[in-house]
Design a protein around this ligand. Structure first.
Ligand code: AP5
Length: 207
């Protein structure tokens, strides 16, 4: 968990590799659905572009399906989910049904000015979705698939500021909910190099 641009995807990918378990990013799944032109992707578009949250029932459907897959049997990393208390309650139910215990909630924090800077310089591939951070130039060819590098539609400064408001209002209560429930919440300072934060994450969750 963490605000937009805190580094959830970056650290989630590192954890996915180091733990050898799949990562389910609701943002990535929705962007993939949009690129594929599915009904779900089409319906999510207006929420995502406006920096609003996609309705809980859509998100819980995505996660419920993902966690029932064979690849999730030995564990998984959730990235960008849950973002509302209703999603956290839904996740509890899904996990109970599957007999799975949530080990830890990782919370990465970064101050707002740094977030706006990171997201306004982030480039992603419009074809494969890879994130290039501040490297590369707009409209250049993606080094992975040859697609075009673009800014994410929701990474304009005004939309990022709105995403931060949404985060404070709808997602911070989820952290309070987990803390009150006695779950292990690991707080990590997200300022520093990617490697420094990786080390803090690994120390925090004991891997
Ligand atoms: P999503 O894609 O999840 O967006 P987000 O949470 O706003 O997070 P970001 O992907 O912007 O940032 P991140 O924290 O993953 O950081 P990253 O590692 O990329 O969701 C998008 C939209 O989908 C939502 O607004 C909503 O509409 C919908 N949605 C998704 N999940 C939902 C849910 N559960 N419920 C409802 N709606 C949902 O890093 C950011 C940049 O910083 C990169 O360029 C990276 O290279 C760079 N960077 C990373 N680490 C560092 C570092 N240590 N120092 C400097 N730069 C760094």
């Amino acid at each position: 968990m963490g605000p937009p641009g805190a580094g959830k995807g970056t650290q989630g990918e590192i954890l996915e590799r180091s733990l050898g378990v799949p990562r389910f990013s609701t943002g990535d799944i929705l962007r993939h659905a949009r690129r594929q032109g599915t009904k779900q992707g089409h319906e999510a578009k207006r929420f995502m572009d406006a920096g609003e949250l996609v309705p809980d029932e859509v998100i819980l459907g995505i996660i419920g399906e993902a966690l029932q897959g064979d690849d999730a049997r030995d564990g998984f990393v959730l990235d960008g989910f849950p973002r509302t208390v209703a999603q956290a309650e839904g996740l509890d139910q899904i996990l109970e049904d599957l007999g799975i215990h949530l080990d830890a909630i990782l919370n990465i924090s970064v101050e707002d000015d740094e977030i706006v800077h990171r997201l306004s310089t982030r480039l992603v591939c419009s074809s494969c979705g890879i994130v290039l951070g501040p490297y590369g130039e707009m409209n250049e060819a993606c080094p992975v698939c040859g697609g075009t590098l673009v800014q994410r539609r929701d990474d304009g400064a005004d939309t990022v500021r709105h995403r931060l408001v949404v985060y404070r209002k709808q997602t911070e209560p989820v952290l309070r909910w987990y803390r009150a429930s006695g779950a292990l919440v690991v707080d990590v300072d997200g300022l520093g190099t990617v490697e420094e934060i990786r080390d803090r994450v690994q120390a925090g969750i004991g891997t």
